[in-house]
Design a protein around this ligand. Structure first.
Ligand SMILES: [Zn+2]
Length: 218
C-alpha cells in the first residue's frame, strides 16, 4: 500500500549528531510502532516495552511474543514488512527560532516540511506461522488505521512535545479495516501484564489545535 502524507508542522528526524537532514525510515517506523503499542495497551492487549530488557524474544512460539512485536519484529523474529519513504522536503526557515521564557527558552530548529510524502509498505514475511489469512490485507488495514489515528490525534518523528511532527494522511479506510485491526488484537488476548508506566491510550487525553497551513507551505 502507499499512503501520502503532508506536514502541518515541521518533522524532526534526528541523526546520531542530532542534525535533521533527511526524513529517515526509522523515524516513521519508530512512531508507527510507538502508537501501535499505545493503542494495543489501551484495549488491554499486550505490548512489551520494546526499549527495555524485558522485550519479547521469539523462541519458536509465536503466542509468546506480543501483538506489536509480531508485526514490527523483535529478537529472533524479523519485521514483517518493508517500508520505503519518498518525498521532497525543505526547511521552512534557516537558522533557529528562539522563544525566550522567564526560566528557560525554547529552541526551534527548522525541521523538514513537505506537501507530499509517500510511504510504501509491502509485506515480506507471513504474519502468522499458520498462514491462511491475507497478509497484505492485514498489513494494509493495520497501517491504514494507525496512520489515520496518527493523522487525527498523533504525531511522528522527534521533538513532538514541542509541536513538531503533526501530519495529515490521505487514508482511505473502510469499516472492514477496523474489523481486521480489532481481530488482529483479539487473536491472542493474553494475561501478561503490560510494563508499568508504559504509555497507553486509555490513560491519555487529546486536544486539537488549528494550524494555519499557509504558514508552512510554499
Ligand atoms: Zn513485544
Amino acid at each position: 500500500m502507499e499512503i501520502s502524507l503532508k506536514t502541518l508542522t515541521p518533522l524532526w528526524s534526528g541523526n546520531a549528531k542530532r542534525e535533521c537532514i533527511k526524513l529517515r525510515e526509522v523515524s516513521i517506523l519508530g512512531s508507527l510502532r510507538w502508537w501501535f503499542e499505545v493503542i494495543v495497551r489501551g484495549v488491554n492487549g499486550h505490548a512489551c516495552d520494546s526499549t527495555s530488557e524485558n522485550k519479547c524474544e521469539y523462541k519458536g512460539n509465536i503466542e509468546k511474543i506480543c501483538h506489536v512485536c509480531q508485526l514490527f519484529g523483535t529478537t529472533g523474529w524479523a519485521k514483517r514488512f518493508r517500508i520505503d519513504i519518498d518525498g521532497k522536503f525543505w526547511e521552512p526557515y534557516s537558522g533557529k527560532l528562539v522563544i525566550m521564557g522567564q526560566q528557560r527558552s525554547w529552541h526551534y530548529e527548522p525541521g523538514l516540511i513537505s506537501d507530499s510524502i509517500s510511504i510504501k509498505l509491502q509485506p515480506i514475511f507471513p504474519l502468522f506461522i499458520d498462514p491462511g489469512d491475507s497478509n497484505k490485507e492485514i498489513l494494509d488495514s493495520i497501517m491504514g488505521v494507525l496512520l489515520r489515528f496518527i493523522s487525527n490525534w498523533g504525531m511522528v518523528g522527534g521533538k513532538t512535545a514541542i509541536g513538531y511532527g503533526v501530519v495529515k494522511a490521505e487514508t482511505n479506510i473502510r469499516n472492514s479495516d477496523f474489523e481486521i485491526f480489532k481481530s488482529f488484537l483479539d487473536v491472542k488476548k493474553n494475561s501478561r501484564a503490560n510494563a508499568s508506566g508504559a504509555p497507553r491510550l486509555d490513560e491519555m487525553f487529546f486536544a486539537r489545535f488549528k494550524v494555519n497551513e499557509a504558514v508552512f507551505l510554499k
